[in-house]
Write a protein that binds this ligand. Structure first.
Ligand code: 13P
Length: 249
C-alpha cells in the first residue's frame, strides 16, 4: 500500500558533468520499475534546474537538500521553497543531520522549513536519527521520538511528508544498525506518528532508512515492514549503484 521511495542525496557533490549519471538513471528507470517504486534525486542546488530539465518525462523527481523557512527577504545566500519549486524541485530534504550539526538547526527550525515546503505544494523529507553516543546509551528510540515530535508539522499527510531515519553514525561510514534495530526504530516511529497524526495518516506516511545503504544491503533493509524506501548518499552518485538499489525495492 505504501509505494517505496528511493531517494538520492548528492550532498555537496556534482558538477554539470554529473548529469550524465542522471541520464543513465533515467534510461534505466523502466516503466516496470516506475510502477513499483518512486525515485527522487536531490542534486546540489546549482544543478537543480538542468537536472529537472534532464529528468523530464523519465518519472524521476528532482528535489533540493534544504530551504529557508521564510518566503523571501533579507537572507543572503539562502533559498526559499518557492525558488526551489521554480527551479524544478518537487521535494526538499529538511533537517539532515549534516545541517543539524553544521548549521545548528533545531527541531523547531526543521519544522518551520517543512511547513514552508508543504505550503509550496512540495514533499518534505524530514530527517531524524541518533548519534553513536545516544545509541550506546540506549537512548536511540527516545531521541528519535523527540525529533519526530518536534520536527513534524501539525496535520501533515502522506502526500506532504516523508520521514527519513538516518542514524548519524551510519552516514558515510559503511556501518548500519542491525536489521532488528532498524525494524524496531521504524516501528516505533510509526507508533509515534500515529499518536501525532492518527493511525490512518501514520499508516500511509513513508519512512525511509538512510545510512550506508548499498546494492549489497538494500534488499534486506527494504524488505522490512516499516521501511518504505531509502535515502541514499554515496551510492546515489553512480547510476549503476543507485539503480541496483531501485531494483532491490
Ligand atoms: P550515505 O549513504 O553516504 O551513508 O549517506 C546517507 C545520507 O546521509 C543520505 O542523506
Amino acid at each position: 500500500m505504501r509505494k517505496p521511495l528511493i531517494a538520492g542525496n548528492w550532498k555537496m557533490n556534482g558538477l554539470r558533468a554529473s548529469l550524465l549519471e542522471l541520464s543513465g538513471m533515467a534510461r534505466a528507470f523502466s516503466p516496470a520499475l516506475r510502477a513499483k517504486a518512486d525515485m527522487l534525486i536531490c542534486p546540489p542546488t546549482t544543478l537543480l534546474f538542468p537536472a529537472a530539465a534532464s529528468a523530464l518525462g523519465s518519472g524521476i523527481a528532482i528535489g533540493a537538500q534544504d530551504c529557508h523557512a521564510k518566503e523571501s527577504g533579507a537572507h543572503t545566500g539562502d533559498l526559499s521553497a518557492a525558488m526551489l519549486f521554480d527551479a524544478g524541485a518537487s521535494a526538499v530534504i529538511v533537517g539532515h543531520s549534516e545541517r543539524r550539526t553544521d548549521h545548528g538547526e533545531t527541531d523547531a527550525d526543521v519544522k518551520a522549513k517543512a511547513e514552508a515546503v508543504i505550503a509550496q505544494g512540495m514533499l518534505a523529507i524530514i530527517c531524524v536519527g541518533e548519534t553513536k553516543a545516544q545509541r550506546e546509551a540506549g537512548k536511540a528510540l527516545a531521541v528519535v521520538a523527540k525529533q519526530v515530535r518536534g520536527s513534524m508539522p501539525a496535520n501533515a499527510n502522506a502526500a506532504q511528508v516523508v520521514i527519513a531515519y538516518e542514524p548519524v553514525w551510519a552516514i558515510g561510514t559503511g556501518l548500519t544498525p542491525t536489521i532488528h534495530d532498524i525494524a524496531e526504530i521504524h516501528a516505533d516511529i510509526r507508533k509515534n506518528l500515529a499518536r501525532l497524526l492518527g493511525k490512518d495518516a501514520a499508516g500511509k506516511i513513508r519512512i525511509l532508512y538512510g545510512g550506508s545503504v548499498k546494492p549489497s544491503n538494500a534488499k534486506e533493509i527494504l524488505a522490512l515492514t516499516d521501511v518504505d524506501g531509502a535515502l541514499v548518499g554515496g551510492a546515489s552518485l553512480k547510476a549503476a549503484d543507485f539503480m541496483a538499489i531501485v531494483e532491490a525495492a
